[in-house]
Each structure stands twice: as C-alpha cells, then as structure tokens.
Design a protein around this ligand. Sequence first.
Ligand SMILES: [Fe+2]
Length: 479
Amino acid sequence: MPNSFPNSMDFTGFNAPSRIECDIFDLVVAGKLPADINGSWYQTVPDPQFPPMLGKDTYLSGDGMMRLFRFENGHVDFKQRYIQTERFKNERRARRSLHGLYRNPYTDDPSVRGKPRGVNNTTPIFHGGRLLALKEDSRAMEVHPRTLETLGEWNYQGKLRSQTMTAHTRPDPETGELYFFGYEANGLATRDVAYCVANKDGELIREEWFEAPYCAMMHDFAVTKEHAIFPVFPTTSDLGRLRAGGAHWIWEPTKDSFIGIMPRDGSVKDLRWFRGPATSAYHFMNAYTEGTRVHLDFGCGKVNPFPFIQEASGIQVHPQDMAGSFVRWTFDLSKPGERFEATVLGPGGDMPRAAEKDAMKDYEIGYYQTFDPTLGPPLIAGPVGAGFNTILRLEVRSGKLKSFHPDGQSTVQEHFHIPSQTPGHEGYLGFIVDRHAESLSELFILDAQHLDKGPLARVKVPLRLRVGVHGNWIPAAAL
Ligand SMILES: [Fe+2]
C-alpha cells in the first residue's frame, strides 16, 4: 500500500493512524496501583486502515478500533482490535478506502452504494450483559468483552426502529435502565429523533419518535430522575446538499439553539422547547431536576470547533474566538415562554464527566478538560486539532477548581472515573497521556480528590496510542 495518508492535522502527530491490533500482557507499571482498582477500561478509537479515497478526510471517519486495559490485582493487560463492520470488511477485501465524504454516501465508490458505512468508532458501553460500540450515524455493533471479537450489529433483537443510536447514552445507576436516542432516525438529514429506553436486562421497552426543529448534529443529551433533555445546536444537515456531493454538516449561526424538555416517563407530546441564540456544545456533564427547575451543566462554545465543518461552512475561526465557558443552564418549567438562565461555573472546556453514582441528581464534583496556552503551544491530538493539556476538578456549587497537567509536551485523552471500594473515597481518574516528544503513551491513575498531587501510578505503553474518542470503566464484578 502506498503511504498516501494526508499531511493534515487529522493524520499527523498523535492523530497519525496506528493500524495496530495487538495484545500486551502485564504492562510495566511505575508507582503503585491502588488495590481496589479491578475492572476493564474500554476506549474506542477512529483508526483508518486505508488512506482517504478522496485524498482528504476527517479524523472522525476512521475505522473503529476497540481498546481494552484490563486491571487485575495491580497488573494491567492490554488488547486492541478493529471493529469488523461491513465497511471495514468491504474495504479490506478491496485493499483501499471505498467511502467518500464524512457521512455522505452519495460520494462513495459505486461498489458499496447502498451498503452500511458505519464505523462504530465513538463510545463503548456495557449494558444488559453486552459490550456495544457506538457511533451516532448507525446502530450499535456488539463486541465480545474479553476477546474484542466483533459479534455483529445489535438492534435490540430486531425491535429498534431507529436507523441510528447515539454514542452518548445515559444509564440510570439506580434502576439499571439505559436511556438513549437516535437522530436522523428515519434516514439521512431527516428531522426524526427516536427517544428510547432499555431495561436493566438490555431489552428495548420504549421507543417514541418526535421531530427536532431542524436536522442538527445532536451528539449528546441529558436525563434527570424526572426529565429528558434534548439540546439542538445549529450544526445542520440538508439532503439536497448531500445529493449534490456536499458536506453533511455546516455551521448555521443564523439559526437559534433549541432545548426540548419532557418528563422522562411521559410522552414526546409533552416536549417543551426553550430557545436561545446559536451556540455549540458536544457533551453534558450532568443534569438534575430541582422542583420545577431543570439544570444542565456543560462546556458551551461560540461556534462549531471542528475544522472540517468550519471549512465546509466557509469560515475559519481562531481557537481563542471559539472558547466559551463551562456553564449551567436552568430551565424553569413553572414559567411561560422560551427563555432560560445561564450561569458560568468555570473556564471553557469539554469531555465532562461526573461519577456514575452522581448521575441524574444534584451533585458536588465533576471533572472536565481544558487547553491552557501558558503550558506550551498547541499539540496535534484529536478531532479539533489542538489536544487538551489540563484536567480540571470542579466543585460545582462553589466553583472551586483543582487541576492537573502532565507537562508542556503532552496532551491528555478523555479521562474516566473509577469508583473506590472505600466508603467516602472520591475514587480515581484514569486517562492516556500522549507523550509527543517520545511518540509513546502512558495511562495515568490519579486520586480524583487530589488530582493536583499527580499520578499514583503510570502504566507504560510501548506504543503511540492514536487519540481515542470516548471510553467507559466497567468494574470486574459487572463483567
Ligand atoms: Fe462525544
């Protein structure tokens, strides 16, 4: 194969494709892993097996790779395997990429027209005894949790009508239910959104559809004990543009943002839409209901941050003009109208996460990531270009912050939270550190409450691990 991966930020630095499937038994650990860390951390990674058919592409198109770090009694084993989607298998047979623009099948090679083009490269979840690899443009693929062998598409035993399933699902830690949705549920650029619930055994018990105000990239949603919240920000799609061979997404700041809120056990007919000016956000840290008020916490930006979407929209925005704030939006259901309140909780950032036990209710602590320019120039890592270099611990009520950064020549991949077995202990944060100078990776484990004190343990990986998207920690007892 000729090496014709482009020299763009999507394919260089820590975004350079790895294409490595491997097992490493008993990784070297510096420091001491706490005895109560036993379980598996799964992470999904876009890792293209072939250079883009059209000469350029986004990092987000890469074939899904599943990564597993298995922690057992102070030891860590590593495994990495491709998710064998139909697209992956078709391209492997052809020994080249057969797919064109991101999420535009009208630009594909004629040999794969009408065939599935999902890559399932965004989030691994474990629910109802199944490990699923998700990406929002298609249905889940099931992967064996030990061997990482691909088991096939998961469509809830034929029950799921939606053609898509979000990469961001919301498990209720108390009921074991999984809340999720699918947008473009009825096909490309449709406004249909499916709201779905699976019970603790992984059976689909509910699927109800509604129409969003326009077809938007609905990357995440939020659920409280009482409500489901569907944010719609103006990164939009259009079937005419797709048929003409254009981009799936453009940023359309003339459109408003909409937030639909409904009782989570009610009907989509009860959806009430709040409205504000154009903003851009991808991930929600948490949400909860307090009487008639619903709170939603997240990193809120001014413009879509993805370079390939900005290019398709005919804009180029300097990173300092994109940075927003970490905010709380509060919606008062007792008041009429479309307005809501916004409160700043901290500096701008993304990849927010609260401990799973705190999901859907009033909480004290959350963790997210930011880019601190005083630590050094931006380093290429991840879909936006510059990778995050700092992890923040936010005390939500007081706004008090603690931070951790590895050094000026490293970026951090998304962190995960590991609960502790000790009552009252805040647990641990784990994350991959991208060592740009050495082109190698390490997995850091920190005490979540004292993350400013640095790592308790550093798990050394003798490879450069291409920047992943999302991951989830599954305790050994659950597996
Ligand atoms: Fe995401």
